[in-house]
Design a protein around this ligand. Structure first.
Ligand code: GLC
Length: 617
């Protein structure tokens, strides 16, 4: 049966026909040939295309002509909570000059849709996908902000929390009232028989703060599936109504002027008894359908998958060349491995991790970051570490002790997250500055240590910026903002240590960035300088060849980037001692881009926590 949507736009028709067969195939496979539901989806897609503003359609057309627009070295991102940064959406609009001053042209606004006041998981428990949280503003404010951002060449990324809704969402409320139609949008069970089957194979996301994957609802005597917090009810994507309605929700959001959609917790969206309910093949079918739907309705929009998993689970979300899924994914293993090198002063594992990433096709674009609003999980390559006798349990214990300042001579000030007393496992929270030692050095008034901490902070940002893809700074890190312990006294937050690194942006400290010798001034100008250099040389584009080199020193990481015109050798010293390295290169002269000094490559002295970006003259 052919789809009966009456299309009178040539542009739309071309895009639609390009993907029609595959879209229909995947949909019918997932939903047992339910053509009525498929037709509904097709009507609604066309409807959202028709409702799309001409300005946004023009952006789509421009990006369709240059589909590599996000793969160059021009994007620099920042993630921020709207209220922590500028109170509300119009506040963010007023602060766009600051964003530009940072060199940032991509902002990820953390979840801003309506949620219950307390039980909201930092915005990830949405109670209304069509409404902005009243304290942040209205949909019109988001549209105005997006317009202004687009005028300034800034792209906006927004979360799409598709795995679950809040228990206060209209569907959940009606399900609680006993309406079967709405119960069918979630996973409801009369007794613990099926849940107990699931529990045999499904791991726990929040073992301490929200143990188990089901919640008992005493008001209706039923269990509901809750992979995350008990107030976040998992949606049942076996029901085509759920997929159709959620696609409507995301297209509605996209039409407000969103450039990048971060698909939150995407590996979890399909459930199957007897599996771990992560990364199932149906998840990939849905992501592939989302990619095609965007290419048809709003081809300028990018999909960023939140896949915080081991590398072999992450890369499949890029899909294939013929059937791409996400445009971008988080470089999560590199992020965690970076911190491992900070604690161990050993770059061996980081070099190995970079080799894996560098061997992927250049189409695989990663979002690079040092930390985000979530915890840092120690998902390292323990098989590799084991060859040196480093075991997973003891190493995680070491990392956690180091980063919480318990290890002798540790400079870091982090907090544990979801420490599981049974397994001894735990993850980590903290701002970049606090993890780098700025907090401790300030507290102890130790200028020597402070100097080192600032160098480490800047070196890590330089390392993030050397990687191919899109570097994203967490708002506040650009001025060395410290942990914020006030969450301990806030109801709804005190149990969740991720709030330690989600503090309010400190505008009074930001003012100090013009004082050259202040911490804010040093960190700000340090990061800004390297971010500007990154934009100036094409060798930083994702097209460049990238490989690691041996530096002869276990604490110094060496990376080469090269394209037709330029060659750059980057060196990062992960130790608090000065190091000398020899690079197996002809004895040529290089210019160090950050300090502008000339360097011979046969013998290079690299200071403690120093970074060199050496460009071949
Ligand atoms: C994602 C978010 C995280 C949230 C979880 C549940 O992982 O990044 O903050 O807790 O999804 O929605």
């Amino acid at each position: 049966m052919k789809c009966t949507v009456d299309i009178d736009s040539k542009e739309y028709e071309d895009r639609f026909l390009k993907h029609y067969d595959e879209l229909k195939w995947l949909y019918c496979e997932l939903y047992q040939n339910n053509m009525t539901a498929f037709e509904k989806l097709c009507y609604s897609m066309y409807d959202y295309y028709n409702k799309r503003k001409i300005e946004l359609k023009n952006i789509d057309r421009k990006r369709e002509k240059n589909p590599n627009w996000y793969k160059e070295n021009q994007l620099l991102g920042m993630m921020l909570y709207v209220d922590a940064f500028a109170k509300n959406l119009s506040g963010v609009k007023e602060k766009l000059d600051y964003i530009e001053e940072c060199g940032v042209n991509y902002i990820h606004l953390m979840p801003l849709l309506d949620t219950p006041k307390e039980k909201n998981d930092g915005g990830y428990a949405v109670s209304d996908f069509r409404k902005i949280k009243p304290n942040l503003g209205k949909m019109e404010d988001l549209e105005q902000l997006s317009e202004e951002c687009h005028n300034r060449g800034i792209s906006i990324c927004l979360d799409f929390v598709m795995n679950h809704t809040s228990e206060e969402h209209e569907w959940a409320k009606r399900a609680k009232k006993g309406e079967k139609e709405y119960q069918d949008r979630y996973f409801f069970y009369d007794n613990y028989d099926i849940p107990s089957e699931f529990e045999k194979t499904v791991p726990q996301v929040f073992p301490t703060t929200a143990p188990g994957n089901f919640t008992w609802l005493s008001e209706i005597d039923k269990y509901v599936m809750t992979t995350f917090y008990p107030y976040q009810w998992d949606l049942n994507y076996r029901n085509p109504v759920v997929l159709n309605e959620m696609i409507d929700n995301v297209l509605n959001l996209i039409n407000k002027g969103i450039d990048v959609i971060r698909i939150d917790a995407v590996p979890y969206i399909w459930k199957q008894i007897g599996t771990d309910c992560r990364n199932l093949s149906q998840v990939h079918s849905i992501v592939r359908m989302m990619r095609m739907i965007c290419e048809i309705v709003c081809p300028g929009v990018l999909l960023l998958g939140e896949v915080v998993m081991a590398p072999d689970k992450v890369t499949p979300y890029f899909g294939t060349m013929e059937k791409p899924e996400c445009h971008m994914l988080y470089n999560v293993t590199t992020m965690a491995t970076t911190w491992n090198s900070v604690a161990t002063r050993d770059v061996g594992l980081l070099k190995q991790q970079m080799d894996i990433v560098n061997s992927l096709p250049k189409e695989c674009i990663f979002l690079n970051y040092l930390r985000c609003h979530d915890d840092i999980g120690w998902g390292l390559d323990y098989t590799w570490l084991m060859q040196f006798g480093i075991g997973e349990v003891s190493h995680k214990k070491y990392l956690n002790e180091f980063f919480t300042g318990k290890y002798p001579n540790s400079f870091a000030r982090g907090e544990l997250y979801n420490a599981d007393p049974k397994s001894g496992d735990a993850r980590l929270c903290g701002t970049t500055a606090s993890l780098c030692g700025i907090e401790k050095a300030l507290h102890e008034k130790n200028n020597k240590d402070l100097e080192k901490a600032i160098c480490l902070d800047i070196m890590l940002h330089a390392y993030m910026l050397i990687q191919s893809g899109i570097p994203v700074i967490y708002s506040g890190d650009e001025i060395g903002q410290l942990n914020d312990y006030s969450y301990h006294n806030v109801a709804g937050h005190c149990e969740d240590s991720r709030y330690v690194h989600r503090g309010k942006f400190q505008w009074d400290f930001a003012l100090k960035k013009i004082e050259k010798k202040s911490i804010q001034g040093r960190v700000f100008s340090g990061i800004k300088n390297i971010a500007e250099i990154r934009k100036q040389f094409s060798v930083f584009s994702s097209n460049a060849d990238v490989w690691t080199i041996h530096t002869g020193n276990k604490s110094v990481l060496g990376i080469v980037r090269a394209n037709k015109n330029e060659k750059l050798i980057a060196l990062f010293n992960f130790s608090e001692y000065d190091k000398t390295v020899c690079i197996d290169e002809d004895d040529v002269e290089y210019i160090e881009l950050i300090s502008k000094i000339k360097v011979q490559t046969n013998k290079i002295n690299i200071p403690a926590y120093g970074v060199y970006w050496l460009l071949k003259k």
